[in-house]
Design a binder for this molecule. Structure first.
Ligand code: SF4
Length: 341
């Protein structure tokens, strides 16, 4: 069996705070191949962004305790020195954030910022870096890149800034791109354009993408595989079709119930998941979803609140829930029909 390009093994990320230890990520494993997109979905505080900042080595080492392995092309990033990590960031892996304005410096032109990233990692001359910046701006669909390259970020629209940030993230042809809610602040038309752009660039460069979102609609558009996170743990994994068409965890079912159906009638009322995400300082015992799960009473002996359900992954597919497969079939079918009647 070939080694996956990115392999995260039993990752645990805990922070010390004045109130105690926050278990932001608590035993997470997944693989990602080149040219593929993994969608990581969950509410805020589920651990999805922390996971990705840890992959990039952008955590505060003084306050963070990390266990597990993050293997990128066989190299464990958790035992890699800061200098080497800095070389890898931008060169082999890079990230695009939700807020381009906060990520771009207002004091330098867009072209200078893209070019600087290129120079830092390739040793190119200023002239070569400027040409590369123009080429990248053209690639991400900025009109008249030869003149816009000298604009400052505030002279760009929101959608154009997001494109510029993507250009900066891709200027060194990274093999791994982490996109953290990159389209959330944009209107739907620009959102669709950015998604198409990422798909095109992935085809061109064979980049592996981790796409973080709280929106299953976005996942439906871009992901190959999906990982659903809740309370710092993975609760369900599978291909996009498996997870969206045949969810095996009540939390995933709840997320699907809180978004418009992908192909069903448009007048079905949406039902948000009751309650709020768990505290990671004092997470609930057993299954962390149990205080919000409408199926917890269907499991005997109070197991949901006393025992952590294991996540068994077979051929990339699995969910962490005490309900039997047969019980899920009955209960989830009732849930689906209640939504459509
Ligand atoms: Fe719900 Fe229990 Fe399954 Fe957790 S283990 S998702 S509480 S049924």
């Amino acid at each position: 069996m070939s080694t996956p390009f990115l392999s995260v093994r039993d990752l645990r990320v805990h922070f010390s705070t004045e109130d105690g230890t926050v278990k932001a990520v608590d035993g997470l494993s997944f693989d990602l191949e080149k040219g593929k997109t993994l969608g990581i979905v969950g509410e805020s505080g589920s651990g999805k962004s922390v996971t990705n900042l840890t992959i990039l080595g952008l955590h505060d080492p003084a306050r963070t305790s990390i266990e597990g392995e993050i293997l990128l092309d066989g190299k464990d990033l958790l035992t890699t020195g800061e200098r080497e990590l800095e070389r890898l960031r931008g060169n082999t892996m890079s990230m695009i954030f939700q807020d381009a304005l906060a990520s771009l410096s207002p004091y330098h032109t867009v072209g200078a910022q893209i070019g600087e990233t290129y120079r830092k990692h390739t040793g190119a001359s200023k002239k070569e870096a400027r040409e590369r910046a123009i080429e990248m701006l053209r690639r991400v669909g900025i009109p008249q890149p030869e003149t816009r390259v000298d604009d400052y970020p505030h002279q760009f629209s929101g959608g154009m800034r997001q494109r510029a940030m993507i250009a900066m993230a891709l200027v060194c042809d990274p093999e791994l791109l982490i996109a953290d809610e990159p389209t959330t602040a944009l209107d739907v038309t620009v959102q669709a354009q950015i998604m198409d752009l990422l798909k095109d660039l992935q085809q061109e460069f064979g980049t592996a993408i981790i796409f973080i979102t709280h929106d299953l609609g976005v996942i439906a558009d871009i992901a190959d595989d999906v990982l659903v996170m809740y309370g710092g743990r993975c609760v369900e994994r599978g291909t996009k079709a498996e997870v969206l068409r045949d969810p095996q965890h009540p939390y995933t079912l709840g997320l699907l119930g809180s978004m418009p159906s992908l192909d069903g009638p448009v007048d079905v009322p949406l039902s948000p998941i009751p309650g709020s995400p768990p505290s990671l300082l004092n997470p609930p015992s057993g299954c962390r979803f149990h205080p919000r799960c409408s199926f917890a009473e269907q499991v005997e002996d109070g197991l949901c609140s006393s025992r952590r359900p294991t996540l068994e992954i077979v051929d990339g597919r699995g969910a962490a829930c005490h309900l039997t497969a047969e019980r899920k079939r009955e209960l989830f079918a009732d849930y689906a029909s209640a939504r459509t009647h």
